[in-house]
Design a protein. Structure first.
Length: 204
């Protein structure tokens, strides 16, 4: 069955229901995990030895809509578990085509997304993100900057477009905004410089 390619067509599907429109990533993961549990499907295929310890704790965390911190020695499948969390996302998710922040067609957050909806209305193009598109991870190293993670002002873009530094159009988004409506994982968090950890802690 063909997926809608415009906002107008999307409004004629289940994606227009109030439940879908206000559902968060935590809600989505919870619903899909509950469906797997009800069907008796394996939660983390290929990961052995954690059935009575780690897996139940992760299940409880996802069902409770929590964020996760995995602690353990190297080689204990932490990264593999994190990457497996994407299986709890929907197979596809609609987003405004061409937006760096995977904007929700009903609630765009970027300047480009808002402008497209204002200009094109129901003709706004919609693309469909896969589970893999919605998972991003970053290895924390001492050289990681706030710009890498959150973003920064791009002076070249500002000069080329003749825009003020205060204009939203000159923002260069980091990996976290680019993972909007998805799962972001950071490996070896203690290796981040303290000032970067503080910066992350100040994010909403």
């Amino acid at each position: 069955m063909a997926r809608p390619s415009t906002l107008g067509a999307l409004k004629q599907t289940v994606w227009a229901s109030p439940e879908r429109r206000r559902r968060t990533v935590h809600d989505e993961m919870r619903a899909n995990l509950r469906a797997r549990l009800a069907a008796g499907q394996p939660i983390f295929p290929g990961i052995v030895g954690y059935e009575d310890t780690v897996v139940p704790q992760i299940v409880n965390a996802v069902l409770s809509r929590h964020h996760l911190i995995l602690l353990g020695l190297r080689g204990q499948a932490k990264t593999r578990i994190l990457r497996s969390l994407s299986r709890f996302l929907d197979e596809r998710l609609p987003a405004i085509e061409g937006t760096e922040t995977n904007d929700d067609p009903y609630r765009p957050v970027s300047r480009r997304g808002r402008d497209l909806v204002a200009k094109l209305g129901d003709a706004t193009p919609v693309t469909w993100l896969s589970r893999e598109d919605r998972y991003k991870e970053k290895l924390a190293t001492p050289d990681v900057t706030i710009a890498d993670l959150i973003g920064d002002i791009d002076p070249i873009k500002a000069a080329a477009m003749r825009l003020s530094y205060a204009d939203e159009e000159v923002i260069h988004y980091g990996i976290i905004p680019r993972t909007n409506r998805g799962i972001f994982a950071i490996n070896e968090l203690p290796d981040l410089p303290p000032r970067i950890q503080v910066g992350l802690g100040m994010m909403p």
